[in-house]
Write a protein that binds this ligand. Structure first.
Ligand code: HEM
Ligand SMILES: *[C@@H]1O[C@H](CO)[C@@H](O)[C@H](O)[C@H]1NC(C)=O
Ligand SMILES: *[C@@H]1O[C@H](CO)[C@@H](O)[C@H](O)[C@H]1NC(C)=O
Ligand SMILES: *[C@@H]1O[C@H](CO)[C@@H](O)[C@H](O)[C@H]1NC(C)=O
Ligand SMILES: *[C@@H]1O[C@H](CO)[C@@H](O)[C@H](O)[C@H]1NC(C)=O
Ligand SMILES: *[C@@H]1O[C@H](CO)[C@@H](O)[C@H](O)[C@H]1NC(C)=O
Ligand SMILES: *[C@@H]1O[C@H](CO)[C@@H](O)[C@H](O)[C@H]1NC(C)=O
Length: 350
């Protein structure tokens, strides 16, 4: 505890320095209703609280960063960045029993978001949305494992409805997609070829289950795969039904860097959707460029995250600010009315 009192202000100073330097670097427009200073007066310590808590969590187990980053991606791609992914009953949310195995989000990521929300709520009251907390947690999950720091616009609100299994499957690209399929899936979200390659770089951290890539091993090995890499994967997943997992980035699995692209150039990308970005002539040069220039990757990744992080957001009086990220306010013990009073207070104080 004593050391954290010294370290946190240092990090804050460092990151505001970096934020200051990178300010104005991204040309991605801010969606109406969101703003970089949304909680500046209503919850000035918001980012500090989130970074402080995640610093502790990730210092203890850096592999949790991947779960938090992926949670934001799944939230944004299905129905917009509205925390629908967190609701009980959502096809990828906490208590969904029949979520498809290929949508495996980490249970721990949901727990971390709940903890963050409780902390924020105890300091600022129920005024910060779960969707903003997910977005901020993803941002820290890039920065803390050595990735770039960037400011994100805030002011997202939480959905009243969850995503069905059908919506979830229709909107999240499966790992068996080739580049044509991926370009289409991303174009549906107004994300272009550079965004696709840059955002796929999220796979520089984290793990995948055998089920996500055994299509490349059995019944026949994917010819684009490096043989030693394939042999090792067959040890990890001896059959097409083995329950096991491995790192997405074989070179530096817990560091947010450009090694994912080096893997692809080396034919050591894990998923079809990863390796095909190097096979396909429309994306190959972008992969090679990122493999050679980490700063450019970081810059394009930030642009992609800012675009993805603002997909179909709810703003203003749309949706609500959940007091419990897993349930709609109306479905809790009438906590909803308390939130409305607080929201009115906040509006008045602006
Ligand atoms: C391009 C389309 C994408 C596909 C097809 C895809 C697919 C997958 C799959 C199949 C897994 C492994 C799941 C498992 O087996 O448990 C995974 C993991 C992951 N994905 Fe993606 N993904 C895509 C884009 C993204 C984006 C845009 C991000 C974030 C910027 C992201 C971040 C992650 C992370 C961090 C993990 C590791 C999660 C963990 O360790 O818990 N992915 N992805
Ligand atoms: C997930 O796997 C199921 C079979 O378990 C399959 O029907 C579905 O298309 C897959 N979806 C995604 C998004 O990977
Ligand atoms: C990509 O996959 C689709 C099926 O999802 C297939 O129709 C198409 O031919 C594939 N494209 C390439 C270039 O392999
Ligand atoms: C794609 O979007 C990025 C911003 O995310 C922009 O810099 C780039 O010019 C766009 N077009 C192409 C073809 O990459
Ligand atoms: C899981 O993977 C590890 C590492 O490759 C391997 O040693 C182990 O045998 C695998 N487990 C199963 C059940 O195949
Ligand atoms: C595993 O392989 C067997 C035999 O090739 C096949 O019948 C089965 O559908 C495969 N299972 C999965 C989950 O891919
Ligand atoms: C939030 O809701 C979930 C699901 O209904 C419940 O299990 C959990 O205890 C609630 N959390 C708090 C802090 O009330």
């Amino acid at each position: 505890m004593a050391s954290s009192n010294i370290i946190f202000p240092m990090i804050l100073a460092l990151s505001s320095l970096i934020a200051g330097i990178s300010k104005g670097q991204s040309t991605v427009p801010v969606v109406p209703g969101l703003s970089y200073s949304f909680y500046e007066s209503s919850c000035p310590d918001l980012e500090f609280i989130i970074r402080g808590h995640l610093w502790g969590v990730l210092n203890n187990d850096i592999t949790q960063a991947a779960g938090l980053l992926r949670l934001h991606f799944h939230d944004c791609f299905v129905q917009g960045c509205d925390a629908s992914v967190l609701l009980d009953g959502s096809a990828s949310g906490p208590s969904e029993q029949d979520a498809p195995p290929n949508l495996t989000l980490r249970a721990q990521a949901f727990k971390i978001i709940d903890d963050l929300q409780a902390l924020v709520q105890s300091t600022c009251g129920p005024i910060v949305s779960c969707a903003d907390i997910v977005a901020l947690a993803a941002r820290e999950s890039v920065f803390l494992p050595n990735g770039p720091f960037y400011n994100i616009p805030l002011g997202r609100r939480d959905s009243l409805d969850f995503a069905s299994r059908q919506d979830t499957l229709a909107n999240l690209p499966p790992p068996t997609f080739n580049t044509t399929d991926l370009l289409n899936a991303f174009a549906n979200k107004n994300l272009n070829v550079t965004d696709l390659v840059a955002l796929s770089g999220g796979h520089t951290i984290g793990r995948a289950n055998c089920a996500s890539f055994t299509n490349r091993l059995y019944p026949k090995q994917d010819p684009t795969m490096d043989q030693t890499f394939a042999n090792n994967l067959m040890l990890t997943c001896p059959t097409n039904t083995t329950d096991n997992s491995t790192n997405l980035d074989i070179l530096s699995p817990n560091i947010f860097d450009n090694k994912y692209y080096v893997d692809l150039v080396n034919h050591q990308g894990l998923l079809t959707s990863d390796q095909d970005l190097f096979t396909d002539s429309r994306t190959r040069d972008i992969v090679t460029t990122f493999a050679n220039d980490q700063n450019l990757f970081f810059q394009k990744f930030i642009d992609g995250m800012l675009k993805m992080g603002q997909l179909s957001v709810l703003t203003g009086t749309q949706g609500e600010i959940r007091t419990n990220c897993s349930v709609r306010n109306g479905d809790t013990l009438n906590l909803g009315s308390m939130v409305q009073v607080n929201q009115q207070k906040q509006m008045l104080s602006r």
